[in-house]
Design a binder for this molecule. Structure first.
Ligand code: ADP
Ligand code: MG
Ligand code: ZN
Length: 446
């Protein structure tokens, strides 16, 4: 498959003039060779679907099988493909009999017209599917086997799906290239994906670096400030200035993450009284209130939201200029995800922890309590132990001035440390941070 043919497919079928990124292009070119297993690890929204859809379309008369965890996701994908005039179908417990019969008969024909067949992992375990798969393998009619949301194989991830573990077994009887796709996963999840799915055929990995060079990270200590609220207010004002004349919904805005509901309320009040328009968001609000709150922030009605970590799922706002953690993030992965909501438009943005030892001690107490309660069940105990380990890493980051702040993330994702230069307080001015840390420890003993 040459470059021109790929570009033509991109334009003719998917109506895109260019690739979304160089990584997307490279992954697609590799996959089109149909030689090696491929793992694509890119953030949500970076266009992973195209990485298998385009090769599937270009791969003329074979069918690509796509395992995807949710019927809702499958439906979206199929609607989208059908609108582009790509033959795509799904086999699941809700498929009507007539539709299923037509689909199966197409797949059993000499040259199936179905380009993509979506299957849930549960369905993969049924006899219908097993028979179909055997038949397709026997007559060499499968182009690729795709495992979307591949992190579902891992018990380390939060979306673990036991049925995903069986998908690697399909490998035993066929030599079709495997493609696994996932949003940026930690090193242990990635390891699980590779071993569970048996990605042994000369695996090629296409992975976005976790380093976000437009995000500046720093840490401040609440107990060393005369008035931490005023400190926060000045920080917010600094982050939000410079957008006169911008449309309301494109105005700069920010998120302050708090550990408890009470904190979100107290902080939103304080900030409002100090002249920063702020609302709070937490699971204790009525559904309607919560949605309204999120919508108003999204539309730029007010710039700052004080929220518990339940805020952010499905929030897609590119002009977030700062994310503050008031207190201590839960673990490196959560910290990466939450602070990573800043600067999605690529413009310089700030991520700051307002550390509080009192807050850290409270969390440590809760985690130890969860741990002691979980002693009876192995799986729960391991989870509780990991929670403690993860939290410790963040506390160490906050209470020391040894290493680049971004290194917390590159370690977690199993990448070499980034060339930060001046994208965190420590790399920018190590001496000053060391002095502050020293004073912090002295003050804590007092
Ligand atoms: P992911 O699975 O990585 O979260 P998706 O595959 O859902 O991302 O794609 C996210 C969005 O990017 C979709 O709206 C898709 O149409 C769009 N997209 C994908 N590839 C391109 C491209 N080459 N040019 C422009 N938009 C693209
Ligand atoms: Mg996706
Ligand atoms: Zn650094």
């Amino acid at each position: 498959m040459d470059e021109d043919a790929i570009l033509r497919g991109l334009k003719d079928t998917f109506k895109f003039d260019t690739f979304k990124s160089n990584l997307q292009k490279q992954a697609i070119e590799e996959i089109c060779k149909s030689k090696n297993d491929v793992l694509v690890s890119m953030p949500t929204g970076s266009g992973k679907s195209l990485c298998y859809q385009l090769p599937a379309v270009l791969h003329g008369d074979k069918t690509t099988i796509v395992f995807s965890p949710l019927l809702a996701l499958i439906k979206d994908q199929i609607d989208h493909l059908v609108a582009l005039k790509v033959r795509a179908a799904s086999l699941n417990s809700k498929t009507l009999k007539a539709e299923r019969d037509a689909l199966l008969s197409d797949l059993k024909s000499k040259k199936p017209a179905t380009r993509l067949l979506y299957v849930t992992p549960e369905q993969a375990a049924t006899n219908t599917f097993k028979n179909l798969f055997e038949n397709l393998t026997k007559f060499d009619k499968i182009a690729y086997i795709v495992v979307d949301e591949a992190h579902c194989v891992s018990q380390w991830g939060h979306d673990f799906r036991p049925d995903y573990l069986k998908l690697g077994l399909l490998r035993a009887n066929c030599s079709v290239p495997y493609l696994a796709l996932t949003a940026t996963a930690g090193a242990d999840v990635t390891k699980d994906i590779i071993s569970s799915l048996n990605l042994t055929n000369n695996l090629k990995v296409f992975k976005t670096s976790c380093f976000r060079s437009n995000l500046f990270y720093d840490v401040f200590y609440q107990n060393m400030m005369e008035d931490p609220y005023i400190h926060l207010k000045m920080f917010i004002n600094k982050c939000l200035k410079d957008d006169d004349g911008v449309k309301k919904e494109d105005k700069a805005c920010g998120i302050v993450y708090c550990r408890t509901r009470e904190q979100t309320e107290v902080l939103a009040n304080k900030l409002s009284n100090l002249g920063v328009k702020t609302k709070c968001y937490h699971a204790g609000l009525k559904n309607k209130e919560r949605l309204q709150c999120q919508e108003d922030w999204q539309n730029g009605e007010y710039p700052v939201i004080c929220a518990t970590i339940s805020f952010g799922m499905g929030v897609d706002k590119s002009t977030v200029r700062f994310v503050v953690h008031w207190g201590v993030p839960k673990d490196p992965a959560s910290f990466y995800q939450e602070s990573g909501r800043a600067g999605r438009d690529g413009k310089p943005s700030r991520c700051r922890i307002y550390y509080s030892r009192t807050d850290a001690k409270a969390t440590e107490f809760h985690l130890a309590h969860d741990h002691s309660k979980a002693m009876d069940k192995e799986a729960r105990r391991i989870k509780a132990e990991n929670a403690i380990k993860g939290f410790k890493k963040v506390v160490e980051l906050c209470e020391n001035a040894n290493e680049c702040r971004h290194k917390l993330f590159s370690d977690h994702f199993g990448e070499p440390p980034p060339k930060c230069v001046d994208k965190c307080d420590i790399c920018k001015n190590k001496k000053a941070v060391e002095k502050m840390v020293e004073e912090f420890h002295a003050k804590c003993i007092e």
